[in-house]
Design a binder for this molecule. Sequence first.
Ligand SMILES: O=C(O)CCC(=O)C(=O)O
Length: 273
Amino acid sequence: MAEVYEAEVYSFGGQPVKCSLTYRQAVERIRDGGAAAILLDMLEPDGLDAWWAGDAFPDVVRHRNFPTAAVSGIAIGGVQRLEGANLVLGLIDYFSYAARVNERLRESEFVKLCRRELGAESVRIGAWGELPLASRREFVKNHDGPYSVPPHCDAVHFGRDKANWPFKAGFSEGDFQISSVLTVGEAENDAGIVFWDLKPGTRPELDALMAEVSGPGGGARLRDARSVTVRARAGQMTVLDTRLLHAVEQCASPRRTIGAFLIWHDGCWRMFH
Ligand SMILES: O=C(O)CCC(=O)C(=O)O
């Protein structure tokens, strides 16, 4: 029988609603729309060191696009922004990385949890190609801007080089994308994730929106949109709609999470990073 967790459902324009949900129900609730994020009280904070430490995850290195975030290994977002020959090289690197680390990642408590409670498989291309399963992340103070990770959206089909990006619209059936993020250590100012009620449908729309919000009128554009902020404690899982514009608030001290994206493809949930 699936475990049921205390949950808080966050939507635009309302207070968080408390309820009880399984992990799978929380993921399905976000998939079905109507909520930006759900917090699940999943784990006791005391045991989390074992989830973070150990050798399942490779070392944490600086994120290619967001210098105030560090991740273990290569994230898909940086690869999606490449074009032409650089994309070919980036994809070789990304898939080679996954081939090297996924067996180890399958031994991490986080991946075991997603497999056990969601039945999550990997995202595959061809007979051998597999995307990396998950990553651990550390967010620090951004001295050049108001957010530790600036506003962005994540969608597997948002390759900038549309002709050569291997994932087309519809690969994620329904074109939704979910992120599942376990908070391992909070920042001392409880920095969380802000969501805005803005959902670009294509890569060019996302690029235009990101240029707008990081430009001179950007603050006003974000203030005018409905927003909701979700602050997770250590041990809580945040299940969120990554198609919404979202950002990690300024972290006064390092904030640590372990997470993966989730999409539905070919009959099951599939996880990747
Ligand atoms: O808190 C985190 O790990 C980052 C959340 C995020 O931006 C995402 O998963 O898309």
